[in-house]
Design a binder for this molecule. Structure first.
Ligand code: SAM
Length: 402
């Protein structure tokens, strides 16, 4: 994927290229080659298409371009639903029919496992698509305009606010209140809106003066797999509740039906610890964020065999005296720090379930675990974020029986 944070320059003159889009890469751009052989990550092209694209950024070893004209459209091309598509930084794939998005994402996972992890793709199961690829986001962070108090998103190029009337991937409740937030954002850096369709609970933070509904809540109540979770404004919770249910199903299938000690590493508000505690004699949740760990304490209070350790997994796990026999890893995009993987290959829990939102760091970490003696039994891509280039995976590894 195009690497954020790398040094780039804008080409001195407008450079338009005719490109044949090959596969999609992680992030949602299509890979193409310039006439001089350089890789061009091309936004808003579908695999197979011939497009004209304008180069926006020139990096030392590749270019980043945006499609301006489609010369030979793919049969998978569709009209984007959102009038801001291409301008807004939120969605990358609205120009592709949903089944084509799923095929492309599954192909990305196979490619990353092979290229980065040197792992065979025979372990990759069919991607679990969303039944509802629109209106799923239960959590939206809006930016605001200083002068008129407009509410919207920062443009894809990173400057300027796009006022948003309706976001087609946001939960319908978020879209209901959005027009009432317009004009009230002045003086607020961002407005976070979170809503649980299951509990009806919501959070609009910080307080927004002058709107006809309560705001300024510091937490709200989510429900997943039949359990209620208190979630603070700054704590992580899965943004697509329907697909989070599918994730829980996959994690549940991967974990043993009975066990002694389960470690829920990168536990957030205690999600997997709470849901799977009844299968284990004891459960330890590890989480570094104070606010998420505070929520986890509340959420795990009724679970007598669960406790929470606050701190970094790479500091806490290697010092465990009681070795777990199952572990769930759900790290942020950079993946697991080396001491986490070293502790696992030393302790050899019989099952490791690795939930990942970045196929590249997943492939890197799976390689380490496989080299350490684990057998990778399956990797299931899961579409948590339809219309975007994000990809989630649930992987299972087991320690081979002696
Ligand atoms: C992708 S979220 C997963 C949360 C949870 N498993 C869930 O599904 O709701 C990753 C979590 O790991 C936490 N985190 C990030 N780096 C960490 C680290 N080095 N040690 C412990 N927790 C960490 C974050 O605060 C966040 O809550």
């Amino acid at each position: 994927m195009p690497r954020r944070g790398h040094r780039w320059k804008t080409p001195p003159e407008q450079l338009t290229l005719t490109l044949r889009a090959e596969s999609l890469v992680f992030g949602g751009a299509a890979l193409a080659r310039a006439p001089d052989g350089r890789v061009v990550f091309t936004w808003f092209a579908a695999p197979g298409e011939l497009v004209e694209a304008v180069v926006e950024r020139e990096y030392p070893d590749y270019l980043e371009a945006v499609t301006t004209r489609v010369l030979e459209p793919s049969p998978d091309r569709v009209e984007p639903r959102c009038p801001l598509f291409g301008e807004c930084g939120g969605c990358q794939l609205q120009h592709m029919a949903y089944p084509a998005q799923l095929r492309a994402k599954e192909a990305v996972v196979r490619e990353q496992l092979k290229r980065i992890g040197g792992l065979g793709d025979d372990v990759v199961r069919p991607i679990v698509g969303a039944r509802e690829p629109w209106g799923y986001r239960n959590h939206v962070r809006f930016s605001t305009g200083r002068k008129f108090g407009d509410v919207g998103f920062i443009s894809r190029r990173g400057h300027g606010l796009l006022k948003v009337e309706h976001c087609p991937i946001a939960d319908p409740w978020v879209n209901e209140i959005l027009p009432q937030l317009q004009g009230h954002g002045a003086g607020l850096h961002q407005i976070q809106v979170r809503h649980s369709a299951a509990t009806g609970s919501f959070l609009v933070n910080p307080a927004v003066p002058g709107v006809p509904f309560p705001t300024g809540q510091t937490s709200y109540l989510e429900r997943l797999a039949g359990h209620d979770f208190v979630v603070s404004a700054s704590a992580f919770f899965q943004v697509n509740t329907a697909q989070a249910e599918e994730m829980v199903r996959l994690v549940g299938e991967a974990l043993p039906s009975r066990g002694r000690l389960l470690v829920d590493a990168f536990a957030g508000v205690g999600t997997f610890a709470r849901i799977f505690a009844d299968r284990f004699d004891s459960v330890v949740a590890i989480e570094e964020s104070n606010s998420a760990a505070r929520d986890a304490k509340v959420n795990l209070a009724p679970v007598k065999n669960a406790r929470i350790r606050i701190g970094k997994v790479e500091d806490i796990l290697p010092a465990f005296e009681d070795h777990p026999d199952a572990i769930v890893l759900d790290p942020p995009r950079p993946g697991c720090a080396p001491p986490v993987l070293a502790a696992i290959t030393a302790f050899r829990p019989r099952v490791v379930v690795y939930v990942s939102c970045n196929p590249a760091t997943l492939a890197r970490d799976l390689r380490v675990l496989v080299d350490g003696g684990y057998r990778l039994t399956d990797v299931t891509p899961l579409d948590m974020f339809p219309q975007t280039g994000h990809i989630e995976c649930v992987s299972r590894l087991e320690w081979p029986a002696a």
